[in-house]
Ligand binder design. Structure first.
Ligand code: GUN
Length: 291
């Protein structure tokens, strides 16, 4: 298998962003500013948000982290979102999901101004994406497209099977890969927990996007030789031999692909870093609209 190295590619893109930020600062006195709202103390969310803030620093962005206790009310959170919508100094912001059960995620998503929705979750951005109009693409699918592009993976006419129909990965990914253009023009099958005979569908796939959140769910005996495997899963599994008592595994059994042909994204170091980089690209895009 050849590795689709998201870590390496994201470093390269971040270097390009850094140079562009220096130019923006020098020529227009613009410093892109990303804000992130983190509610509660979900360890995975804390780690993701930390990565996002650290990446902002790396490329010369300004960043603001707003941390709130999980006891925050929906109304208080909506007030914070309104302040961020109104704050001209903030180019884009995200509210890290999942949110505590007493807060309606849909309401929160709808409250974010589409112009600052650098996660691309608002229905305005989602709808524009669907129609191929200019928009903020959702960060994970955007990062995956960048990776397919960089590695010149053929998508036209290819059978692509997306596993998982979430609003933030599976569903948008299926739309983007079936759009006209590159990467796109694929024949896409969107599968999910109610899909019958997933194995035989997977066998037809030239490209697989695994986004179901089940550790090691897909293995090489289920897929075609030579397939391109994109693993979106970031699952924590117990491992007493590790410092923190767990390790990260994807939705794909990476080791089962060791002596196969094709391409695969590792976990960690595959899709994860590309997601963060795509968020930076969206924030940069938003900041540049000020020129
Ligand atoms: N939770 C898991 N992935 C994401 C993401 O891309 N954005 C936000 N806001 N929350 C997430």
């Amino acid at each position: 298998m050849e590795i689709l190295n998201g870590k390496e590619l994201s470093e390269k893109i971040k270097n390009d962003i850094k140079l562009e930020v220096e130019q923006l600062k020098a020529e227009h006195k613009i410093v892109p500013h990303l804000a992130a709202v983190l509610v509660g103390d979900n360890p995975a969310s804390q780690s993701y948000v930390r990565n996002k803030v650290r990446s902002c620093e790396k490329v010369g962005f300004e960043s603001t982290l707003i941390r709130k206790d999980e006891s925050i009310t929906e109304e208080e959170l909506l007030d914070i979102i309104q302040d961020l919508n109104d704050n001209d100094g903030v180019d884009g912001f995200i509210v890290q999901l999942p949110l505590p059960a007493h807060i309606d995620e849909q309401k929160v998503t709808l409250a974010i101004s589409p112009e600052k929705d650098v996660d691309g979750f608002h229905p305005i951005n989602f709808g524009r994406m669907t129609q191929g109009l200019d928009c903020f693409l959702p960060a994970t699918p955007y990062g995956i497209l960048k990776m397919l592009e960089e590695y010149q993976i053929k998508t036209e006419g290819q059978n692509c099977v997306v596993v998982g129909r979430s609003n933030i990965v599976g569903t948008p990914m299926s739309i983007l890969l079936s759009r006209k253009g590159y990467p796109g023009n694929a024949t896409v099958t969107l599968t999910h927990s109610r899909t019958r005979d997933l194995s035989s569908i997977l066998k037809t796939a030239d490209i697989i996007i695994a986004a179901i959140g089940i550790p090691n769910f897909i293995s090489s005996d289920m897929t075609k030789e030579g397939a391109v495997i994109v693993d979106v899963g970031i699952n924590r599994v117990e491992d007493a031999s590790r410092k923190h008592g767990y390790r990260l595994v994807g939705d794909v059994d990476f080791d089962s692909y060791m002596d196969k042909s094709g391409y695969i994204t590792p976990v960690p170091g595959g899709v994860g870093p590309m997601t963060v980089t795509a968020l930076l690209l969206n924030t940069l895009k938003s900041a540049k609209l000020k020129i």
